[in-house]
Ligand binder design. Structure first.
Ligand SMILES: [Zn+2]
Length: 54
């Protein structure tokens, strides 16, 4: 289970979500704050921060 970071284009809210990429690709992701579907993924920046520490 991975923790992905997303950003809502409607309310400008950033939020983390536990989900598989297959679930994300199904298009079922909505913003937990406003319920909007215009959500973009911020997984790259998020994983870079957590995995760079050695
Ligand atoms: Zn929103």
């Amino acid at each position: 289970m991975s923790n992905y970071l997303f950003f809502c284009l409607d309310c400008q809210e950033e939020f983390a979500q536990h989900m598989n990429m297959s679930e994300y690709e199904k298009g079922g992701l909505t913003c937990p704050k406003c319920g909007g579907k215009r959500v973009t993924q911020h997984v790259e920046a998020f994983s870079a921060v957590t995995s760079r520490k050695s």
